[in-house]
Design a protein around this ligand. Structure first.
Ligand code: SAM
Length: 388
């Protein structure tokens, strides 16, 4: 049991019925259905990123606040809303645009400290006392033993199936959630090479590995599309690597991220959404070359488009005759989607998690939580290949 900081409530934490290393944290909400939370007349508006964090159990940090009442003082009880279209100007007194209600809280700063300070503002601006979604905070709880992840992300590590002593490549690694899970599954024995193109994300991977006491992770800032060495005889510790250097490769690809939940506002253009397929294919080329014969390649995304998922699988099977699709363990998501020319047998080998609340069709009073959570996830896609 865990006590949530926002209210004196006890929340149950349960083991996953099929994944022994997973504990399930139930999220209770939306709570207005039971009149547990009511909107107040005094309002604070926050940015979409802050709003997303609040829906996941965070308090409102002051830099996220865009609008507040003119005379807001420490201790005022207020309703918190998220700006859905990015139109609220920082420092506004009120906002008439499109918003989503997030719950109620108590101001920990007055308006002038938030907007009129000469120093960059820090710390909690509003402590959420009645969040719309009640979620236990794990901030600082057993930091070297537990790691917060979405369920499909944990499934990826198991599907990859790393074994102690192997050499694994994680091509797009930051912030390192899957890298650390892979290293933990290997009992920290072997080598997990984590590549990430953006330099300032590298520290997060290293911090996470350090916190979890995982020493088999080697992190490099590198563009993975260029990770195959042109000199196949050159053995180096870091990238680029000779072809067939790795027992298993994870390509958790950069993607349009349309499966992310909660998602307060998406400002993506169609052009941006369509821009990922070519990059994913370049990364896929490198992944196949770097994988040993007999090795396993897992391709995953946190999006729902056919173009970034099933179409990529159909393309890969055509472009690389050495690849075959493999069954996944565990397989707790749905099968792949029709429309990319894959056979029914091939679709059954793919794993697709839907961001819609499919568990809502089940009766929460009779269906045990561990069964419901498998259908209440972010949108996600996983394909597993063997290189013959
Ligand atoms: N696997 C990560 C985890 O579980 O924590 C999440 C990875 S996120 C979906 C994709 C990452 O790929 C981003 O951090 C992005 O900066 C990185 N990336 C994008 N293009 C890349 C490239 N060409 N080479 C290496 N990393 C890249």
């Amino acid at each position: 049991m865990c006590s949530s900081p926002s209210e004196e409530v006890s929340l149950q934490i349960l083991p996953h019925p099929r994944l022994p290393d997973v504990l399930l944290l139930p999220v209770d909400g939306p709570r207005y259905a039971r009149n547990a939370v009511k909107q107040l007349s005094s309002e604070v508006v926050v940015g979409a990123q802050c709003g997303t964090a609040v829906l996941r159990g965070a308090h409102v940090f002051a830099p996220g606040i865009l609008a507040s009442p003119k005379y807001m003082k420490v201790g005022d009880v207020i309703s918190v809303f998220s700006d859905l279209e990015g139109k609220c100007t920082r420092g506004s007194l009120s906002f008439q645009g499109k918003t989503a209600y997030l719950g109620n809280g108590v101001a920990e700063m007055d308006r002038s400290s938030i907007f009129c300070s000469n120093e960059p503002v820090r710390g909690v601006g509003v402590r959420m006392t009645e969040p719309l979604y009640q979620s236990p905070s794990f901030d600082g709880v057993l930091p070297n033993l537990v790691f917060l992840q979405n369920l499909p992300s944990v499934v990826v590590g198991h599907v990859l199936g790393p074994r102690p002593g192997e050499r694994i490549l994680d091509m797009c690694a930051a912030p390192g959630g899957k890298t650390c899970h892979i290293a933990a599954l290997m009992g920290d024995q072997g080598e997990v090479v984590a590549l990430e193109r953006i330099r300032n994300k590298i520290d997060r991977i290293r911090q996470n590995a350090q916190t979890l006491n995982l020493s088999c992770i080697k992190t490099f800032c590198f563009n993975s599309t260029k990770a195959v060495s042109s000199d196949p005889t050159q053995e180096t510790e870091g990238p680029p690597f000779p072809p067939e250097s790795f027992d298993r490769v994870l390509l958790d690809a950069p993607c349009s991220g349309l499966g992310q939940r909660p998602n307060m506002a998406s400002t993506w253009s169609l052009k941006e959404i369509c821009s990922y397929q070519p990059l994913q294919r370049k990364l896929f080329h490198a992944a196949v070359r770097l994988l040993k014969k007999g090795g396993v390649l897992v391709y995953s995304t946190c999006t729902v488009t056919l173009a970034e998922n099933e179409e990529q699988v159909a393309w890969a099977l055509d472009a690389f005759p050495c690849l075959t699709l493999q069954p996944q363990e565990p397989h707790i998501g749905a099968e792949g989607m029709l429309g990319a020319g894959l056979s029914p047998e091939q679709l059954r080998l793919l794993q697709r998690f839907s961001p819609e609340l499919s568990w809502e069709q089940t009766d929460p009073t009779t269906t045990p939580l561990p069964c419901r959570v498998d259908g209440d996830t972010i949108g996600f896609f996983i394909a597993k290949f063997l290189k013959n």
